[in-house]
Design a protein around this ligand. Structure first.
Ligand code: ATP
Ligand code: MG
Length: 401
């Protein structure tokens, strides 16, 4: 057993010694069987949350209403969830009620895909009620039970199917795929933040290209913010171009998507807002996208433009490389790193010092003078030495009076 599991064995033991059942479940079991790195080890148990809390000194109620308690042990946290069934799903996204049960089978039945419905005992034995092991071997994503029903319960599962297929390089089984096409419209019931998480993970997958093709083919793209019917071919093109390629981070992925959709810079800003990206994230993407647009228009990039793209340069380079096979990213990185400064803070003088020297009086002109100095240093017109900057500031000040 991988170390992540052996570290958690005492917890399983404590629960089973008290007379309850406890298993490792979900993604960690799947990833271990695939020989992949394990993120978080999730535990499912027949013990009720109150019973878990009575057994351990340190617990946190991370989702007590769903039966989840985090057990803290030697600096690790283990999400421990009581076996449960779910009923209702009148809103296509979450159950009207959850019921705690004592039977593992009931719990595994409510899970989304067969490869995610595996449980593992402390001795390493796998409980596989839905042929998840076979699907794991054959690289198949298959809904547990009737896919139409399962997608009606929770429409996010359709995006999760695409996401897992992209992450693992698996194929979505036919009946499951057909159900996705038929029920794609239910995705409108799901909060954009949750769709965002799945689409982001999809785009970072090793088979992101196929994932985007599935996003187009299933029709799911029709039911997400700011992407309409007419965009099918753009999504297909985005998928085809990505085949055999991977995107390294979220900002690159979303810049790539926006570029493939051919949005104006204004529309890109609205797109990022509609998808509820954070301001910082959106700024990086917009800055990278601006650089990409500049490159497309003029192919020669000035020092000032390089300075302005700043830390978003690697994002722009990654996307440009996908578009232009001969694009020389290193050339721009080298040029960027040979700029006199890459950040205003690297100037040999700041506003306070300017005032302290008496060269510039505090006031609205200060900002303008500093900006002029910054620009002159970046474009190589002025050396970033204290004496040069002071002389330049003095000149600007006297010129303005
Ligand atoms: P990851 O590596 O991305 O965390 P994961 O399989 O652990 O993958 P989680 O979203 O962390 O995915 O969920 C843990 C487990 O809970 C899943 O493996 C699955 O069994 C179950 N699960 C999660 N979301 C759903 C859902 N929407 N419907 C049904 N079961 C779900
Ligand atoms: Mg997980």
């Amino acid at each position: 057993l991988p170390q992540e599991f052996t570290a958690a064995l005492p917890i399983l033991e404590t629960i089973t010694t008290a007379g309850f059942e406890a298993y490792f479940v979900g993604g960690s079991v799947r990833d271990m069987l695939l020989g992949k790195a394990i993120h978080d080890v999730d535990i499912a148990t027949s013990a009720y949350p109150s019973e878990i809390k009575a057994l351990f000194n340190k617990t946190v109620d991370t989702g007590i209403e769903h039966g989840t308690v985090m057990i803290l042990d030697h600096g690790n946290g283990y999400e421990t969830t009581t076996f449960r069934t779910e009923t209702g799903y009148t809103d296509f996204r979450r159950p009207d009620s959850v019921n705690f049960v004592r039977d593992l089978a009931e719990d595994l039945k409510r899970r989304d895909f067969t490869i995610n419905a595996l449980a593992m005992r402390a001795d390493g034995e796998i409980v596989d009620l839905f042929n998840g092991l076979e699907d794991l071997d054959n690289h198949i994503i298959r809904a547990v039970g009737d896919p139409v029903e399962r997608f009606h319960e929770d429409a996010l599962r359709m995006m999760r199917a695409l996401r897992f297929s992209a992450q693992l390089g698996f194929v979505i089984e036919d009946t499951t795929n057909t159900a996705m096409q038929a029920e794609a419209h239910l995705l409108v019931n799901i909060a954009v933040e949750r769709i965002n998480v799945e689409l982001s993970k999809l785009m970072l997958g090793k088979a992101a290209g196929e994932g985007l093709l599935g996003f187009a083919q299933s029709g799911l793209f029709n039911y997400v913010p700011n992407i309409d019917m007419g965009r099918e071919l753009d999504i297909v093109a985005a998928g085809l171009k990505l085949q055999g390629q991977t995107l390294s981070d979220d900002a690159t992925a979303w810049t790539y998507l926006i570029d493939q959709l051919g949005l104006s810079e204004g529309d890109a800003a609205g797109f990022l807002k509609a998808w509820k990206h954070s301001n910082d994230f959106s700024k990086q993407v917009k800055t990278a996208y601006h650089f990409i647009q500049l490159y497309r228009q003029q192919t020669t990039i000035t020092a000032w433009e390089l300075y302005q793209v700043g830390t978003a340069l690697p994002i722009a380079i990654a996307v440009l490389k996908l578009n232009f096979s001969s694009f020389d990213g290193d050339k721009y990185l080298t040029a960027y790193h040979s700029l006199a400064i890459t950040n205003k803070r690297q100037l040999a003088i700041d506003g306070q010092q300017l005032i302290a020297t008496g060269v510039v009086k505090p006031g609205p002109k200060m900002g303008k003078i500093l900006a002029d100095i910054e620009h002159a240093v970046v474009i190589g017109k002025l050396k970033n030495h204290l004496s040069d900057l002071l002389a330049y500031a003095e000149m600007l000040q006297s010129k303005g009076e």
